[in-house]
Ligand binder design. Structure first.
Ligand code: GLC
Length: 677
């Protein structure tokens, strides 16, 4: 017989040698084990506590600069291998250039001023600092808003009063008059356009913003320089080394090959992607305007020098870099020269380098493309690229929804956005300094018989006020009659009908237009991410037709919605009953509610609600015990949202109790309902 009977097997010996049932033995073993474990854990914890105490004591005794240096070295260590790998993937054997880059990182990391180092520490301690419902932005041209940088600083109080804590300023660097593309043709990356002020003024503004709890964003015009930039001038002077920083060709052979696959950005105002330069008898790649020379990032000198520019501006106090035209920064013959894999490698390299020097500085990618092209610019969790991306899809679809009174495409697209990881943060907007392009999902629209060319024609007619129910006043941008794909310009107020109502002196129209304008802002402010208003939209700024008389601007209809900030209208925001007061106070209330209610946080759950009515868009938001339902009626008539939610709700603004059942929503109006658990 094998030793150990069945009963013995299931039993063990007690401390006194007595036989115990197995479960007892296990229990006692477990007890001993857990005691030993407890002891070990306690000891380890004590050890850790001591080390922590020692570390904190050591840290406390270190100066801010010393702490920053240690932290910089740790970040460098963290990213070093990947950075080196990616750099060499683009620039084979460029060891010296990589060493040069490391030198840049050290130089700028160790020369950051103390006020910025404090911000770095705060943001490193709270890496999700921008992923909530706190940030609300405004986008402005310095000269249009307040003449120069000092003027902007003096008027920060207006921006604060307007609820903006994120100031994104349009390009401010030196740019040749008449050949500036609104400042997007930079001729000197170390010099502020003299009329706008100086680098000291910029630094002073960034300090003032930070003191007021605001963040400041700048453009990083990275795809091209002006033809007047020193590199371009030297290239034109015949220096090969500088020609190699661009795409310069002896004849039209290769450019013509490129033209076979590269679409045009400005088909009407700047056709083609290349320009012949008489002075050097060569052809240069100029994807945008002919005076904007595309930089060749296949040359490591270009990458290193442009990175240095970014690091330089990190140390001027920039919190957000708008990566202008980022999808275009790598070119390859035979492709459309957009979104090539190398672009992502470059963005990742920029991200790591900036994070090493200035942790907490955010990258905002300007990727004005369809969603499948936009999303990859977030990168992955392990290898992130941009912190923020423009939500161009929702922007354009919102206007489409207004014109068609049909929310199905918007629902479909929001539904897709709602499934994305919540930490992917979008910058939401109704309009910016650029045109509204009709890059809609035409495959989806085809099921409702909306085909691309006629639909674009309809939208452009609608927003110029040529269609039924339209009081909009817009103008076309880059009309290409062959393709029929003109885009559209206009301020939010003018597109909503405020301008038409005011011109006609028709109070009913004005009130309806204000209601619509507020509904669109409510929609904007109820989306996850960071809402950004174009400066002046909060006080119903109308179109500026004077650009037609300006020979430097008349070819570019985007100037229609880039007028000077109307301070006379701003003054009326305080006068009860004016258009400005009604809109401004309405937007302020929306902003306050967004900030007050945590369900508007970027981290909230969001879902589409079926209203059984294609005119009414509805979605829900939930975060930490708070649930908010948002309804938007895009129809010209009052409509019912056929919903049936079980909880008791209150109106977010009035606190009045309500049931969320079969809700009647006036035309172009909205409703926010709240309940708590
Ligand atoms: C971006 C800017 C636009 C400019 C273009 C070329 O798209 O938003 O205004 O024309 O880049 O720099």
């Amino acid at each position: 017989m094998k030793s150990g009977s069945a009963s013995e097997k299931s039993a063990g010996k007690g401390k006194d040698g007595s036989v115990m049932p197995k479960t007892e033995t296990v229990r006692s073993k477990k007890k001993t084990l857990s005691k030993t474990l407890e002891k070990t854990v306690k000891k380890t914890r004590q050890k850790i506590d001591k080390t922590e105490e020692k570390r904190t004591a050591e840290k406390d005794s270190l100066s801010l600069k010393e702490r920053a240096e240690i932290s910089y070295r740790n970040r460098l260590k963290k990213h070093y291998d990947e950075m080196k790998w990616l750099y060499h993937e683009l620039y084979h054997g460029a060891d010296e250039a990589f060493q040069y880059l490391l030198g840049l990182l050290e130089k700028y990391a160790l020369s950051r001023e103390e006020d910025l180092l404090i911000l770095d520490e705060e943001r490193m301690a709270k890496p999700n600092w921008y992923k909530n419902n706190e940030q609300i932005g405004t986008l402005l041209y310095v000269d249009h808003f307040a003449t120069n940088l000092q003027g902007v600083e003096k008027n920060l109080s207006y921006l604060k009063e307007s609820g903006f804590n994120y100031l994104q300023i349009m390009p401010i660097l030196e740019s040749p008059k008449g050949k500036s593309d609104g400042g997007y043709a930079v001729s000197d990356y170390r010099k502020v356009q003299p009329e706008l002020g100086s680098m000291e003024d910029l630094r002073s503004l960034s300090k003032a913003c930070h003191k007021d709890g605001m963040i400041i964003g700048l453009d990083f015009v990275m795809n091209h320089t002006s033809e007047e930039h020193e590199w371009a001038r030297r290239a034109r002077g015949g220096e090969k080394e500088f020609q190699d920083r661009f795409f310069v060709f002896d004849d039209w052979g290769i450019p013509n090959e490129f033209e076979k696959t590269v679409p045009q950005v400005f088909p009407e105002s700047a056709p083609g992607n290349f320009t012949y330069y008489e002075d050097m008898h060569k052809v240069v790649m100029t994807t945008f305007y002919p005076y904007q020379w595309d930089l060749n990032y296949a040359n490591f000198m270009v990458f290193n020098d442009m990175l240095e520019t970014a690091l330089y501006f990190c140390n001027q106090g920039t919190d957000v870099f708008r990566l202008d035209a980022v999808p275009y920064i790598w070119k390859r013959l035979g492709t459309n020269c957009r979104n090539l894999p190398e672009v992502h490698t470059l963005v990742r390299l920029f991200r790591m380098a900036i994070e090493i020097v200035a942790p907490g500085v955010l990258l905002l990618g300007e990727v004005v493309m369809e969603p499948t092209k936009v999303m990859p610019y977030f990168g992955t969790d392990e290898k992130p690229e941009c912190h923020l991306l423009y939500n161009v899809t929702t922007m354009a679809t919102t206007w489409h929804t207004l014109a068609t009174q049909d929310t199905r495409l918007l629902q479909h697209q929001l539904g897709q956005i709602f499934t994305l990881p919540k930490d992917k943060i979008f910058l939401n907007y109704l309009r910016c300094h650029d045109d509204i392009g009709w890059g809609l999902d035409y495959e989806f629209l085809a099921q409702f018989d909306m085909a691309e060319v006629p639909h674009k024609a309809f939208l452009n007619a609608y927003f110029r006020g040529f269609a039924d129910f339209s009081e909009a006043r817009g103008e076309l941008y880059n009309d290409d009659p062959l393709k029929g794909d003109a885009r559209l310009c206009g301020t939010t107020a003018s597109l909503c009908g405020i301008e038409a109502g005011v011109k006609e002196g028709n109070q009913e129209k004005i009130d309806a237009a204000i209601r619509l304008d507020l509904m669109l802002h409510a929609f904007l402010l109820s989306q996850s991410g960071i809402p950004v208003l174009y400066s002046g939209d909060e006080i119903a700024m109308e179109n500026d037709y004077s650009y037609h008389d300006d020979p430097l601007k008349r070819h570019d209809s985007r100037y229609l919605h880039r007028g000077n900030f109307p301070w006379d209208k701003a003054a009326k925001r305080k006068k009860k009953g004016t258009v400005e007061e009604k809109l401004y106070s309405g937007i302020l209330r929306l902003e306050a509610m967004r900030r007050k209610n945590k369900a508007f946080s970027a981290m909230a759950d969001t879902w589409i609600i079926d209203t059984k009515n294609i005119h009414v868009l509805a979605f829900g938001r939930y975060y930490e015990g708070e649930k908010i339902l948002c309804f938007y009626n895009f129809s010209v008539s009052d409509e019912i949202a056929y919903v049936s939610e079980v909880e008791d709700y209150v109106n977010v603004f009035t606190n009045e109790g309500m049931k969320a059942r079969d809700l009647r929503i006036p035309s172009h109006d909205f409703l926010w309902l709240k309940t708590s658990f």
